[in-house]
Design a binder for this molecule. Structure first.
Ligand SMILES: [Zn+2]
Length: 455
């Protein structure tokens, strides 16, 4: 009899708790889809401020704007964290053409981040097409005096477009470094885009440990441009390519991570980070990458305040500076946190675009992954189906608390690389409801880990 009563009590309290969780998620989603601020914040960030490359005026304005908006939410703390960031400036719009006998055929290119300029008259040279870094290593001295053209497309057979991105990005990141070792005079890299179009896609590249005197100009070419150049090269292997770029690197400048906190009601010393990155590339306005992640993170704080949810742990919204060309914000955040012996139990990043959320990927042990999966029934009504092992986010990557669950929001990836780092990553490419659903999914996950803790 007694046993039955205990069992009945436990059973009832589990059901009660399940109902309370379902109710909370319902409130979060209702709020997000009807009253949230994230879309209008993104409108301001994209259309009033615009691109936010580290060290630019746009980045500076974005720091001031997001700090002000966080202050208006009535959080317990809002502050800036100083961080020195690289400053690279594109300069004049690049020009490039294929010089086929006497014909000049213009093609769209953009300098890759950190690239040096060509000389003022531009650079003209023969082109050698390759499909991998290894091919350049094998060609060795044969690339001397030439422009190396990396033209391995992103794989179209992966359903996860991020996998295709990961498998093609080495050409952009290390293409110039490898080609320069063998005396190439420049590189052009096929844009990391699954679609054929006319947008060149920017992105970071690194000369590694080359001497400055060995640096060569490096640019991305649109996918249509890459197809055309490849076709023309098959017809005439001696054609030349002309490119002119005036980009420049400056000394590091002072910038900031923007941070807002709701202090935990039971465990203020346990920190849960929710974030995205405030900087963006300079060609579009960075609405998807990563304006979306910034406003979704801010929305988590707004919803907790408006729904009067008092978290047990400290919820810290972190808008990281300089993910795109240095991750200085993420590294500085970890450095500061370590020096204060802070204890992070959880970190969530949104940096895969503002598209329909499909799930989360987790960097954590089995027990916590199972825990997340025990909430699957709560997420299913909202079409969040995947709670899987995988990467989380570049900015929260440096975090090294002893016991931490890291998670990344996984939106549908099919259209992301149509816009990623390109001139068309603009506010009109954002769907309001998709953005809001992402914010709601994030707030739900943060709520559940806050309420039940990590194992
Ligand atoms: Zn990003």
């Amino acid at each position: 009899m007694k046993k039955n009563i205990v069992f009945c009590f436990l059973f009832t309290s589990v059901i009660y708790s399940q109902n309370a969780d379902q109710q909370m998620l319902k409130e979060i989603y209702n709020y997000s889809l009807t009253q949230s601020k994230c879309y209008s914040w993104l409108d301001d960030l994209s259309n009033k401020i615009g691109s936010r490359l580290s060290g630019s005026v746009g980045a500076e304005k974005a720091v001031i704007y997001t700090k002000q908006q966080l202050e208006m939410l009535g959080l317990d703390k809002v502050y800036l964290q100083e961080v020195m960031v690289p400053k690279w400036v594109r300069g004049e719009k690049e020009t490039a053409y294929i010089l086929d006998k006497k014909n000049k055929i213009n093609v769209p290119i953009c300098a890759l981040g950190g690239s040096i300029a060509t000389d003022k008259k531009g650079l003209t040279a023969e082109v050698i097409e390759v499909h991998s870094l290894k091919e350049v290593e094998e060609l060795g001295e044969k690339v001397k005096g030439k422009i190396v053209f990396y033209n391995r497309p992103m794989e179209s057979f992966n359903v996860d477009a991020f996998k295709s991105y990961g498998n093609a990005a080495d050409q952009r990141h290390s293409g110039a470094k490898i080609a320069a070792k063998y005396g190439a005079v420049g590189t052009i890299v096929r844009s990391l885009n699954l679609r054929l179009d006319d947008f060149p896609h920017a992105g970071a590249q690194s000369y590694g440990d080359l001497q400055k005197s060995q640096y060569i100009p490096t640019a991305a070419i649109s996918t249509n441009g890459a197809e055309l150049l490849s076709k023309k090269l098959k017809e005439n292997g001696n054609l030349k390519f002309y490119m002119k770029m005036s980009c420049q690197s400056f000394d590091d400048v002072l910038s900031y991570n923007v941070i807002g906190e709701i202090t935990g009601s039971e465990h203020p010393e346990k920190i849960m980070v929710v974030g995205g990155h405030l900087d963006s590339w300079d060609l579009g306005d960075g609405s998807h990458d990563d304006g979306a992640g910034v406003v979704q993170s801010m929305e988590v704080a707004e919803m907790f305040k408006k729904l009067n949810y008092k978290p047990k742990n400290t919820i810290r919204i972190v808008l990281f500076m300089n993910e795109e060309n240095g991750v200085r914000g993420g590294k500085e955040y970890e450095k500061q946190s370590k020096s204060k012996s802070e204890n992070h139990i959880f970190a969530l990043e949104s940096d895969e675009g503002g598209f329909t959320p499909r799930g989360f990927s987790f960097e954590c042990d089995e027990a916590n992954l199972q825990k997340a999966n025990s909430w699957k029934y709560l997420f299913e009504p909202y079409l969040i189906e995947n709670l899987i092992k995988g990467g989380s986010g570049v900015d929260i990557g440096p975090l090294t608390s002893a016991k931490i669950v890291k998670a990344g929001l996984n939106p549908d990836s099919q259209r992301y690389f149509d816009y990623h780092h390109a001139g068309n990553d603009r506010f009109d490419a954002i769907n309001k409801r998709e953005l809001e659903l992402g914010a709601a999914a994030m707030a739900s996950l943060v709520f559940l880990f806050d309420k039940y803790g990590i194992d």
